[in-house]
Design a protein around this ligand. Structure first.
Ligand code: FMN
Length: 252
């Protein structure tokens, strides 16, 4: 079974244009996968409750968020770790990601120091009426890359009317391209490869983590115990990770 995880930061639930575009992508993926062995988990603020980060820093220090047991984030995190492919989608609000999308990222900020989703391919989707696209798209790309995800496509749709899903040939083409790419990665025809962005992120994170050597904190132990510190490059980490089912959870 291949698992796809989706989080859409729109409170419009099933009526969300962002979700509708992602559903179009997923429908096409489903058509392409012959044996239909697909498990797709779609979350958004109408079907999952995520509290705002309280800033207690427990996640950075101990690798645990006290809110995970009282809201749905613990469940979403385990679904993400299980996933073979990740899709994050957000409407653009005030030239930024939506508040819900930002809360989602805040709650996994500490994963951005651990490259926790390393080795997974991903797509970033934004919808808007056309303003703030480059900033938001870049933000999503950076946030996702720090999670260790390989962003293979970014779909940024300026959408005014859902009829565009039927009539806008460029949008239809982009949806098609996303579906085909997802299919290729799910089938193993394409493999996640490193790139300059991922190498720079790995280099800088590793430098910061080594700084904790004399006073090992949770992040240092995670890097050490899971062999990240031994890797010279992100590419090396990808090879190592492909042999592991998942990183070990470090108790601290
Ligand atoms: C509070 C709010 C702020 C918005 N700000 C922007 C914006 O800065 N730039 C833009 O192009 N569209 C903006 N929009 C339009 C939405 O991004 C657009 O309608 C989006 O497709 C809605 O997605 P959804 O249906 O998935 O919620 C805004 C909409 C709302 C409700």
């Amino acid at each position: 079974m291949r698992n796809i995880f989706v989080y859409v930061g729109s409170r419009n639930g099933e009526a969300s244009k962002t979700l509708k575009i992602i559903n179009e992508i997923l429908k096409k993926v489903y058509c392409l996968v012959e044996d239909k062995s697909l498990n797709i988990s779609v979350f958004h603020p109408q079907n999952s409750y995520i509290e705002r980060c309280r800033g207690c820093i427990s996640c950075f220090f101990y690798g645990k968020c006290p809110l995970d047991s009282t809201d749905d984030m613990g469940k979403l995190k385990s679904e993400m770790l299980k996933a073979d492919f990740i899709i994050f989608g957000t409407p653009i609000y005030a030239a930024n990601v939506s508040g819900d999308m930002k809360v989602f990222f805040d709650r996994i900020s500490y994963w951005m120091h651990l490259l926790r989703l390393c080795g997974k391919p991903a797509i970033a989707v934004t919808t808007s009426t056309g303003n703030g696209i480059s900033f938001v798209s870049e933000y999503l790309y950076i946030a996702m890359s720090f999670l260790g995800l390989k962003v293979i496509k970014q779909l940024n749709a300026a959408i005014f009317d859902l009829s565009q899903l039927e009539e806008d040939n460029l949008l239809k083409q982009e949806i098609d391209n996303c579906s085909r790419s997802i299919y290729e990665y799910l089938m193993g025809n394409k493999k996640v490869e490193s790139d300059k962005t991922m190498e720079v992120i790995f280099f800088n994170l590793k430098k910061a983590i080594i700084g904790y050597e004399k006073m090992p904190n949770y992040e240092y132990l995670f890097w050490k115990n899971n062999g990240l510190l031994e890797c010279k490059t992100f590419n090396e980490l990808l090879q190592k990770k492909s042999m592991l089912k998942d990183f070990n959870i470090v108790e601290f």
